[in-house]
Write a protein that binds this ligand. Structure first.
Ligand code: PLP
Length: 419
């Protein structure tokens, strides 16, 4: 067993894991499978991949790509360098995000679901939360608004119907009971209700009395996108934004760090100072707090927004690359790898429940047949999709620096077809 494990040392796994692969192979009377077992284990480990799916925020591929370096040094995570006393974990990324959204204060937790849970548990436990029936959504990954409400200890009060909810529906619910703690508005995210519909805006809701919490989900900071030179792209139309929701009177907004914000996985609660402070004091906040790796990456993202430098945020750089640029990159790949590769028009999507139903014009390359398994086996693995019998690599979601990686693998596959 040990000799077999040593013979596959080049797979690069620690010896005990190679021994395990060898033991399983021998137990199955198939020692020749030791290598493939070890390789399968190696490829199950977390590693970078090239996202050629055309889905910019692919939840299975870690949503927004972020670059962040940190050294093995300590940090001033909770230490105030000017006074030398204990500081706050929310003094850096959270305070920059409060500035970027125009909020009085902000708090960072582990993800968007945690942000919603903490807001509800802090402000509405044992009391009523009014929500439109059109917004009792499931976001995916088991996040269902009614279930999260139940977990927080708040009582759900449904108003309106699936397609139409009016201000009078909210008014009736609020005046019929004494214990309404919050009006919750939830972004429908991954689906749209179209046709005979009616919903109530944040402005009107905020004049009803109880504080309004808006679960934005996708984390667009400002509908005016001052970090983009060309202003808001067409596909962003109708996407609710943090700054505008707060201006319209929302007491709190919650959103994810790794959707349209383009940062690491995190959840942000922003809004009125005393409400954010109450969330921070809740015992659950301690269990939901992020570490310095996440806060460091989020701080970088927040600084890029404050510099109005959308190009420094990989998500925005990719999402706003003009189609002509992608067309010429596709042309260059075809020129390099020959006639078995074809430049094709394709349509990218934002993903992660953001801007549902909208597409972004894009270009990519196509290769005949289903080559996705071979692409996944490359180093780094390339994740592509199949459309009408062809494998398509959408270049919008590929960093330009990775065109070389793509060329290397695609040229090999194209040459294989020639042979
Ligand atoms: C995505 C989303 C969430 C959950 O956020 P995570 O960061 O994935 O936990 C919650 N609410 C809405 C409206 C969302 O779109």
């Amino acid at each position: 067993m040990d000799a077999l494990a040593r013979s596959i040392a080049d797979v690069g796994l620690p010896h005990p894991l190679l021994v395990e692969a060898a033991r399983e192979a021998i137990a199955d009377s198939a020692p020749e499978t030791a290598r493939s077992r070890a390789e399968a284990l190696a490829s199950s480990l977390l590693r970078p991949v090239v996202n050629a799916t055309g889905v910019l925020l692919h939840t299975n591929l870690g949503r927004a790509p972020v670059e962040h370096c940190s050294t093995a040094r300590a940090s001033n995570l909770e230490f105030d360098l000017s006074s030398g006393r204990r500081g706050s974990r929310q003094a850096h990324a959270a305070s920059l995000l409060a500035r970027a959204t125009g909020a009085e204060s902000a708090l960072v937790v582990n993800n968007g679901a945690a942000a919603v849970l903490l807001v509800l548990a802090t402000l509405a436990k044992g009391r009523a939360v009014v929500v439109s029936r059109g917004e009792l959504v499931e976001i995916g990954g088991g996040f269902r608004v009614p279930d999260v409400l139940a977990q927080s200890g708040a009582e759900l009060v449904e108003v309106g119907t699936t397609n139409r909810t009016r201000l009078s529906d909210y008014e009736a619910a609020i005046s019929s009971r004494e214990d309404v703690a919050l009006v919750l508005k939830v972004h429908q995210s991954n689906y749209r209700i179209v046709g005979f519909t009616e919903a109530v805006g944040v402005g009107e809701l905020s004049r009803l009395g109880p504080p309004v919490a808006v679960d934005l989900g996708s984390g667009l900071l400002d509908a005016a996108t001052p970090w983009l030179e060309g202003g808001p792209p067409e596909w962003l139309a109708g996407e609710p934004a943090a700054r505008q929701s707060l201006e319209q009177g929302a007491a709190l907004v919650t959103f994810s760090g790794d959707k349209l914000l383009g940062g690491p996985q995190a959840g942000i609660i922003a809004g009125r100072r005393e409400l954010v402070a109450a969330c921070a004091r809740h015992p659950m906040a301690r269990a939901l707090r992020p570490g310095s790796l996440v806060l460091g990456a989020l701080q970088e993202t927040a600084l890029s927004y404050l510099r109005r430098d959308g190009r420094a945020i990989p998500f925005w750089r990719m999402a706003t690359t003009p189609p002509e640029v992608l067309r010429s990159r596709a042309g260059a790949l075809v020129a390099k790898c020959g006639p078995h590769l074809r430049a094709v028009e394709c349509r990218s999507v934002v993903g992660a429940g953001s801007a549902p139903g909208t597409e972004i014009a894009s270009f990519g390359v196509a290769l005949a047949g289903d080559q996705t398994a071979a692409l996944r086996g490359a180093d780094p693995p390339i994740v592509a999709r199949v459309r009408s019998g062809e494998t398509i690599c959408d270049l919008r979601t590929v960093d330009q620096a990775d065109d070389l990686v793509l060329a290397d693998v695609l040229c090999r596959l194209a040459a294989g077809r020639e042979a």
